[in-house]
Design a protein around this ligand. Sequence first.
Ligand code: GLN
Length: 276
Amino acid sequence: MTIFEALKLSRAKLAGAGIESASLDASLILSYLTDLTKVQLITHDTDELSDETVNHLNELIEKRISGYPIAYILGYKEFWGLKLKVTEDTLIPRPDTEIIVQKALDCKVHGPILDMGTGTGAIILALKSEYGDAVEAYACDISKKALNVARENARTHSLDVTFIESDWFSALGDKKFSLIVSNPPYIEENDPHLTKTSLPYEPISALTSGSDGLDDIRIICADALSHLESGAPLLIEHGYNQGKSVATIFTENGYKNVETIKDLAGNDRVTIGFLI
Ligand code: GLN
């Protein structure tokens, strides 16, 4: 089978199964298997594929059709212009999360910054790539496996971040930060989306948090009070329908200038408050 035929067949199979990104996914999977760029796939489209590659291709197309995320097939996802390794132990970084990075950069801080529940390291690596030497970067996660992925991503991009294994603030002693940021689990336990899209394949501990999805946000808001320098901001990502509840949690904990920010789709996505 030639590359041209393989692309055509894979595209048709994916589209037939209702995968919206059929064309893109077909070329991404074929690029991954052949080590050719998307452009090279076109310029080499009469090259023959080995039987082994065709079998592997069919396997991956079937996997994709079953809903398995393309990022897990390829083993990476782009976030904030950084190519990040992802595994089944980490949440796949979402474009919506770039809004919390933007807001954290707007804060223009100078002291140590902390990302809680870092997963692939997406947020802290994006921040460190922009802030550079102006800040010391720290990130924690309860998952050793996620931290290994995050450490590898930091090495790949030569970004200096201290990673700490910690259940929220438990291993952080009395260290204080100039900014704390988090994209914690926030989906309601019985949310029907958990059985759809890519979510069934992602780590459940990175997705849900109690019946209203806010258990971890309550912990972070309360415990961050003793880890923020005076005047420092806390920024938390949350669900599109949680803006009011999260702002209330911030205000009840005494944060000031609490504000909820929308993502690019116009949904409430991030709440920020300051310890004053
Ligand atoms: N934004 C993700 C989603 O809704 C969830 C991420 C999270 O729980 N932090 O698919």
